[in-house]
Design a protein around this ligand. Sequence first.
Ligand code: SF4
Length: 327
Amino acid sequence: MRLSYSAISTYQSCPLQYRFRYIDRLPSRPSAALEFGSALHKALHELYDKNRSLEQLNEFLAQRWGATEILQEAVEPRYSLAVAVSTMENFYRENFKEDGTPLIVPHALEEWFEIALDGHVLVGRIDRIDTLENGNHEIIDYKTGKRLPSQEDLDKDLQLSIYYWAAHEAMGGINPERLKFYFLRPDSNEQFVTYRMPDRINDTKETVYEVIRSIESDKASDVFKPVKNPLCGWCDYQGECESLATSARSDVITNPELFPDEENDDLTSVIDEYIELKMRRDEFKTRMSELQARIDTYCMENAVSEIEGSKGKIERIPGGMLRIVTD
Ligand code: SF4
């Protein structure tokens, strides 16, 4: 069996979801949150690995948004290109000198590891490893999620414990003194530090082996239990989940607040409104593309990157994306 931290964490929160994702390999829905995180991780890799300038990074992000439908269509402003650009600008300000050189040159980036476990393999990738002044190392994992961890969460976080173990046993010469979650934000980044001791590695191993044993037993009996949890609403496999099909899912369909009339009169108006909004959204997207093309052409022909209207200013980011300047 090949396991990653994500697979372990999925199994711990719901074995059935683990089966759908990692054994049945059912596709997952595209997610703006995941694409946003992945775009920023890639941009940070480009920044350090290829010595990109801020302008090149903005261009990279604009191209990524241009090629990713789910990001273009994301309704939540926090997944917008403007937020991604501000986040990278903020990171750059905090981590690079004015001449464009980094305050710290990372020891390793996106470092891959594999740990053999009695016929199984634990795999993963560490975002960044820095060398501290005393020669020891710091493991950094970038985060783009909203929820910040408490110190207690951090001190027992399994992902960081696995990285600590991997650094000790699968990456010769690394001495991981500190472990850090680095939350990327458009205004001010937040860093959360924790520590591990070598004598705790055995606890981490035992947790991983316990999960392996449990998965093997579920496979042998062909029973992966559904565990309803607060994240069920975001689960990609709600349709396949027996548990939801018989209870929570039918609750949603008959929710009296949404559909008060048993004859579904209101459902008709809900569907009609949905169709109308969908058609207007398509019209809206077409018009937005026309306007964008006109602005883009104007900027290119007149060699300008900003144009002012009566309601604000628009900036053309290298790569052709436009953003509204709000200051
Ligand atoms: S909907 Fe909930 S219970 Fe069902 S598979 Fe997904 S996470 Fe598990």
